[in-house]
Design a binder for this molecule. Structure first.
Ligand code: GUN
Ligand code: ZN
Length: 435
C-alpha cells in the first residue's frame, strides 16, 4: 500500500545555480509550506494553505511551526576511515598523512573495525543533516564492503570506493595496479548502482599511484558507463612540486590525471587550490567538479580556494568536509569557514550561494540533481528539519532576522548538529535529535 505523509513548516530549497540566474531567482521559499511525500518521492511542495485543500483528509500532517525544512546536505568529499583521527595536531598535508593518516587507515584491514567506524560515521553524517556523500575508503576492499553494508539498510544515496595506492606509502597500505584493478572491479560488481549506492574509482592522489596504476583506474572507468572518479588535486604547495618531479612530462597537476583518462562528468577532485587557467579550463571542458573543503584547507594550512575563478571558468563546485583533514561533519560549520575563506580574498559569499553549494550544487557536481539536492516534485524525499531555537543565542539572533537570507546566514555562522532536529531519507526518519 502506498504511504503518503506531509510536513508543514517554513521550507527553503534551491532551484538553480545563483551564479547563472542571480541569487533571487535561484531559490524558492515558503514561509508556511507543505511538503508531501509518497513512497519516498516528493509528490507536492507549495504554500500550506493551498496544498492542504488538495490533500486527502486522512493523510498525516506533521506540523513544525518553529522549524525550517531544507534538502539533505550533500558532502562531495569526506574520508570515513579518518573519523576517529579528526583534530590531529600540528602538521601540513604530507607529514599529516605519514604521521596520523596512514597508521589509522592500516586498522581497516580488520573488517569488524571498519564496520564499527562506518556505522558511527553514518550516524554522525545524519546527526549533521548530510544524506548524500562521496566517500573515501581505505586501500582494503573490506573497508568499502563495511561502508556499503552500513549504508544499505539506511537507504542513503552514497558513493564510495577503495583507495588505489601503489607507492610512497607504507607497505602495509599499498596495493599494485593489478590488485587495485581486480579488487575495485569486484566491488563495482557487488555495489555499483545497488539500491542508492554507487562506486567511485579512487586513486588517492598522483604521488601515491604509479602511471601504471592510474592507467588501471582509467581502464576501469572505460569499462562502465557511470562510475565516479574521486581523488585529490593541488591541495598543498609541497605536494604540487612533488607531482611535477614525479611526472615531468605533465603540463600541470591536473594533466597527470588527464593523461590517464580520468577526467569526466563524474570526476570529483578535492581541493583544487593552486590551479592555473589551463587546469580550470580542462575541468570545465570535461564537466569535472571540484570539492571545496574550507575547514580542511585552513586546518592543514593548505591555502584559500578561489571560488570566483572556478565560477568564471564554469567549473562545477560542491562543498566537502574532508574529515579528518577537515574539522567538522557539519555543513553549517563548513559554510561558516567557507565564508571566511572568501572574506580573506576580499569578497563575500552570499548565503543563498553557499546554501546552493551544500545542496543542489553538490548534487549537480555528483550528477545526482533530479534525485537529491532539492525538494522539486519527483525528487527523492531526503530532507532535514532545522530547529530555529536549538540554542539560546541562535534563537535570539533568528528572532531579529530580516528575511530568509539573513536567517540562512545566521544559521551558517551559529548553527551546528544541535540544530538538526531530524533527518529523513526517502521519507523515512533516519535521525531524530534527543528532545
Ligand atoms: N591527499 C592525499 N590523501 C589525502 C587525505 O587523506 N586527505 C587530504 N586532505 N588530502 C589528501
Ligand atoms: Zn581528502
Amino acid at each position: 500500500m502506498a504511504t503518503i505523509k506531509a510536513w508543514r513548516s517554513a521550507i527553503l530549497h534551491c532551484t538553480a545555480n545563483p551564479a547563472e540566474v542571480g541569487t533571487d531567482q535561484a531559490f524558492e521559499y515558503f514561509e508556511d509550506g507543505l511538503l508531501v511525500e509518497k513512497d519516498g518521492i516528493i509528490q507536492a511542495l507549495g504554500n500550506a494553505e493551498e496544498q492542504i485543500t488538495l490533500l486527502d483528509s486522512t493523510i498525516e500532517v506533521e506540523h513544525h511551526p518553529e522549524a525550517l525544512i531544507v534538502p539533505g546536505f550533500v558532502d562531495t568529499h569526506i574520508h570515513y576511515p579518518q573519523s576517529d583521527m579528526i583534530a590531529s595536531y600540528g602538521e601540513q598535508l604530507l607529514d599529516w598523512l605519514n604521521n596520523y593518516t596512514f597508521p589509522e587507515e592500516s586498522k581497516f584491514a580488520d573488517k569488524q573495525y571498519a564496520s564499527d567506524v562506518a556505522e558511527r560515521f553514518l550516524a554522525e553524517l545524519l546527526r549533521n543533516g548530510t544524506t548524500t556523500a562521496l566517500v573515501f575508503g581505505t586501500v582494503h576492499k573490506q573497508s568499502v564492503d563495511a561502508f556499503f553494508e552500513a549504508a544499505l539498510p539506511l537507504n542513503l544515496r552514497m558513493i564510495c570506493g577503495k583507495v588505489m595506492m601503489d607507492r610512497h606509502a607504507p607497505d602495509y597500505l599499498t596495493d599494485t595496479p593489478e590488485t587495485a584493478y581486480e579488487d575495485s572491479k569486484e566491488l563495482i560488481e557487488r555495489w555499483h548502482n545497488h539500491g542508492r549506492l554507487h562506486y567511485a574509482v579512487t586513486p588517492r592522489f598522483a604521488p601515491t599511484s604509479t602511471s601504471e596504476q592510474l592507467a588501471a583506474a582509467g581502464k576501469l572507468l572505460s569499462e562502465y558507463d557511470d562510475l565516479y572518479m574521486h581523488t585529490h588535486l593541488s591541495e598543498n604547495r609541497q605536494e604540487c612540486s612533488w607531482v611535477q618531479e614525479l611526472f615531468p612530462d605533465s603540463k600541470n597537476y591536473l594533466d597527470v590525471y588527464d593523461q590517464h583518462q580520468l577526467l569526466s562528468e563524474r570526476s570529483v577532485f578535492a581541493h583544487g587550490i593552486h590551479l592555473c587557467d589551463q587546469e580550470y579550463n580542462r575541468l570545465s571542458e570535461t564537466g569535472s567538479a571540484i570539492a571545496f573543503c574550507p575547514t580542511s584547507n585552513l586546518f592543514l594550512g593548505s591555502g584559500l580556494f578561489n571560488l570566483e575563478k572556478a565560477e568564471l571558468h564554469k567549473v562545477n563546485v560542491g562543498m566537502g568536509t574532508d574529515v579528518g583533514g577537515g574539522t567538522s561533519f557539519s555543513m553549517f560549520n563548513t559554510l561558516n569557514e567557507a565564508y571566511k575563506v572568501i572574506q580573506m580574498q576580499g569578497q563575500n559569499l552570499d548565503p543563498i550561494k553557499s546554501f546552493y553549494l551544500a545542496t543542489l550544487g553538490g548534487a549537480k557536481a555528483l550528477r545526482l540533481d533530479g534525485k537529491v539536492g532539492n525538494l522539486a516534485i519527483g525528487s527523492e524525499a531526503d530532507f532535514v528539519i532545522i530547529d530555529k531555537h536549538a540554542t539560546p543565542l541562535l534563537s535570539k539572533r533568528l528572532e531579529r532576522a530580516k528575511d530568509i537570507k539573513d536567517t540562512l546566514f545566521a544559521l551558517m555562522i551559529l548553527a551546528d548538529d544541535r540544530a538538526i532536529q531530524a533527518t529523513y531519507a526517502m521519507g523515512q526518519c533516519v535521525h531524530q535529535r534527543d528532545a
